[in-house]
Ligand binder design. Structure first.
Ligand SMILES: Nc1nc2c(c(=O)[nH]1)N[C@H]1C(S)=C(S)[C@@H](COP(=O)(O)O)O[C@H]1N2
Ligand SMILES: [Mo]
Length: 535
């Protein structure tokens, strides 16, 4: 009964969400649970999801994971519905009214908490509140009513004929079937209705007008070609794009849907051990400081070897070092505590930005304002660290003495989160072979990455043969991946290609296979192909 009544509940929320931008409680509830459940549980779920995606080949990890998360959210809602049904039959109040109250209160309480803690709704909060309450009241009323009907239909056995009891049971069964089909009809019709009437999600277009040359400069630089445009080593055909298009940048965060921040309402709160607490608008940040552009590769600590949770774009922002001076951060402050709108948080040891100019507060990618999903309007960049140490959607920074554990560290992930060196075979471009001096060559290539430590070498081994040096393309910057290439003298048949990288200081890539948790994946990538064709 709980399950049957929960399907139309979800549909009602779906319609509200699609048509009016009202809260979709299943997602809000799930996101809230993800926040309060022990880190161990969350981490297990993530691990299983990533494994499933890779094993079942479900496509690009970020979006497959989001879809899976959303499915989990719906299942969780059903679980809650079933639990409510069980609770109802366990309590067995006397009147349906009390049942109505019990279920309404339970649903609304969970709904409200999760909605208030975190909602991606675009509708007016008051309307959202009323709507959510009404939907749960309807749900409670349905529970109360159905419970009463079932109770009424409970067969009386004493002193009655077999036939009479049978007929009672039949009535009861008929009622349940009716209820089920009504619920199914409502759900399907509702879902269709929601789809039909849906409004396209509001697109927020930000203009950083005040400093147009920032955008223009970065754009021009991109149009004119990359800083390594005339590098000798060309990428092997089929190697991933050296510069990721912003819309192709991976996305990982704790939200089913990205939080929405209005540029006008947003302020950055600066507080703690500073000369004077401040609230800064994004245009102040953009106007008051000379922007810096950096080509940056960002990777998620959940990126498996050769996974796609790694991307490279131009980050535009302000060196934090300069801001520390401008804000008058006390020398005694050792850490900054960064808080985000999605209640994500992280600490940064101030000795890092005090010595490394490349740490920046960033507001643009590839010359455009940050996308909503990637931290609009402000995020931080810290070289050499996985994404988990680098909050998006920053709203407050507190300077203090002493640090602590940030959101993902509390959930059991690495405290330092220094990126592990990695290398990947992207392509064995048999369709781009060429001949020279009577030999047929097949370009083989991919990426190698070791954060800000850089890559000094890449080697390839074919069919477990000796390690051969690959050519390295000049990287976009010292903070990005390096494209490598090896032109392989072709032999037909099945072959395996293994790649390994050497970091800037000569340290070899860790060959031991390790999963992503807690420090990031290690191990070598290999790719096998069977190539047909005559020499
Ligand atoms: N506010 C906030 N910032 C966050 C996160 C988050 O969940 N909330 N996730 C972090 C993680 S784990 C990664 S890998 C990067 C990903 O940034 P991207 O989605 O722009 O690629 O954001 C980081 N910053
Ligand atoms: Mo991440």
């Amino acid at each position: 009964m709980g399950l049957i009544l929960t399907a139309p509940l979800i549909t009602l929320f779906y319609i509200g969400d699609q048509v009016l931008g009202l809260p979709f409680i299943p997602f809000d509830l799930f996101d809230w649970l993800a926040r309060i459940l022990p880190g161990e549980v969350i981490t297990r779920v993530i691990d299983v999801m990533v494994d499933l995606i890779i094993t079942l080949n479900l496509g690009e990890t970020s979006s497959a994971a989001k879809r899976m998360e959303q499915l989990l959210a719906i299942l969780t809602m059903f679980g809650m519905g079933a639990a409510s049904g069980v609770l109802l039959f366990a309590v067995r109040f006397v009147t349906p009214f009390w049942h109505f109250l019990l279920i309404t209160a339970l649903g609304a309480a969970l709904g409200y908490i999760s909605m208030l803690v975190n909602s991606t709704a675009t509708a007016d909060p008051m309307v959202s509140l009323i709507y959510t309450g009404l939907v749960f009241m309807l749900w409670g009323a349905a529970f109360g009513e159905v419970y009463a009907r079932l109770k009424h239909l409970e067969p009386v056995y004493e002193g009655r004929s077999q036939a009479a009891i049978q007929s009672d049971l039949l009535d009861r069964r008929r009622f349940l079937v009716q209820l089920g089909s009504t619920s199914a009809t409502l759900t399907i019709v509702g879902a269709g209705l929601g789809r039909m009437l849906r409004i396209e999600p509001e697109t927020i277009t930000l203009q950083i007008n005040s400093e147009p040359e920032v955008t223009a400069e970065s754009l021009a630089q991109i149009r004119e070609g990359l800083p390594n445009a005339d590098a000798d080593v060309r990428p092997a055909p089929g190697t991933r794009a050296e510069l990721t298009a912003v819309e192709d940048h991976y996305r990982i965060d704790i939200n089913s849907r990205p939080p929405r921040i209005g540029q006008e309402d947003w302020r950055l709160d600066i507080q703690g051990m500073v000369l004077e607490p401040q609230r800064i608008s994004i245009s102040d940040l953009i106007n008051d400081y000379e922007p810096v552009d950096q080509y940056v590769t960002l990777s998620c600590i959940s990126n498996p070897v050769a996974g796609d949770l790694i991307s490279t774009v131009v980050w535009t922002g302000i060196p934090l070092m300069r801001l520390l001076d401008a804000w008058g951060v006390a020398p005694g402050a050792t850490h900054m505590f960064i808080e985000s709108i999605d209640s994500f948080d992280e600490y940064l040891d101030l000795s890092i930005p005090r010595h490394d100019e490349r740490v920046m507060l960033c507001y643009a990618w590839n010359g455009e304002p940050l996308p909503q999903a990637n931290g609009f309007p402000l995020r931080i960049y810290i070289p050499d660290r996985y994404g988990m140490k680098q909050p998006k959607w920053i709203t407050r920074i507190t300077f203090q003495e002493g640090g602590g554990d940030g959101s993902w560290v509390r959930r059991g992930w690495s405290e330092e989160a220094l990126v592990r060196a990695t290398s990947v075979v992207d392509t064995i471009s048999a369709d781009h072979a060429y001949e020279r001096d009577g030999v047929t060559y097949v370009p083989v290539g991919g990426i190698a990455y070791a954060g800000a430590r850089g890559i000094s070498g890449v080697e390839v081994s074919i069919d477990d043969g000796p390690w051969i040096k690959a050519d390295l393309r000049d990287p976009l910057s010292g903070l990005t991946w390096v494209l490598w290439r090896y032109d392989w003298p072709f032999e037909p048949g099945e072959h395996s290609f293994v790649v390994r990288a050497v970091e800037g200081d000569g340290t070899g890539q860790i060959t031991q296979r390790n999963g992503t948790r807690p420090d990031g994946a290690t191990g070598l990538h290999s790719k096998s192909v069977n190539i047909e064709g005559a020499i």
